[in-house]
Design a protein around this ligand. Sequence first.
Ligand SMILES: Cc1ncc(COP(=O)(O)O)c(C=O)c1O
Length: 357
Amino acid sequence: MSRQTQAIIHANAITENFSVLQALAPQSKPMAVIKADAYGHGAVTVARLLRDQAVRFAVAIIEEAIALREAGITAPIVVLEGPHQPKECYLARQNDCVMVMHSEQQLQWASDCTDADRPAIWIKVDSGMHRLGFSLEDTPRVLNRYRHIISDESVLVTHLASADDLQSDFTQRQLQAFRKVSEDAGLPVSIANSPATIAWPQSRGDWNRLGVALFGSGPPLPEGAGALRPAMTLRSSVMALHAVPQGEAVGYGQMWTATRDSIIATVGIGYADGYPRHCPNGTPVMIKGQRAALVGRVSMDMITIDVTDIAGVKMGDRVELWGAHIPIDEVAAWAGSIGYELMTRVSARVPRIVRHD
Ligand SMILES: Cc1ncc(COP(=O)(O)O)c(C=O)c1O
């Protein structure tokens, strides 16, 4: 066995988080967004865990959907970016995928398909984020023009730019703008991602698209709705211990200098594993049930932590980088990033160990 650097995937946290989110929006159908390898947790693992709970799965691109099919996942899959090339329409139909169409070119590709090759489509509306989708003004024309490829399965979709900002009124503005178009269209709607499902009840539609909150990250749940549990513990262990005299610096670029005689533990994880290189001195880790601070620059395969105040640290001791004790969003804030980025960047070098606890 090599180093003890692992991402523990807490299976029960994922299924429980899903249930908690579903209970918040009982009128909506739940869809689990498992793009980017289920935000680093393993798309096939998560799809299997949620097999009996999620009515559908969503991914970003068709390749992700096909990988799920090859692993035996049979639930319908929504491809959020729709086709990038015409042949993806055919692939989507073959693989029972719904394509979310955001451009007229995509709709034309679907229109050009034979009836037997055409996938079910959803239509994406740009209600203010200005990333993908038809403008509010153009949507009625588009719906009319492509009426022949809109089916019972079709849904009008939009995405919220600031649902995680509870102080912003932009979500209300997007909701109002979208409501006007969707009422006229008379189609089912899908608006909410995780933060919106949690914090903006008016955004809960026919389908909610639940991503990051399945993995325990996101805004706090409403009073009495329970709590989300982190679905990943990223951990490693102490591989070296050094006494560093006061005045000596540690690591590349000498970014941290001991202000007292210190004990520094070297831990077997670095930016090549997905631990953010931007984490500065002071970023918390957990060792022997106590918080310790990252000191010195994150290397490719190692970090250094100050364990001077923690008694009895020895080689092989476990270190939690994030998980139940060190929230991933806290580490992300230190790194100037977000939990989403940290989860999705845990590299292939880190074994995922699925635990049912
Ligand atoms: C279009 C779309 N819907 C839903 C989601 C899921 O969002 P979240 O992870 O915030 O739940 C994403 C994620 O980026 C997305 O791009």
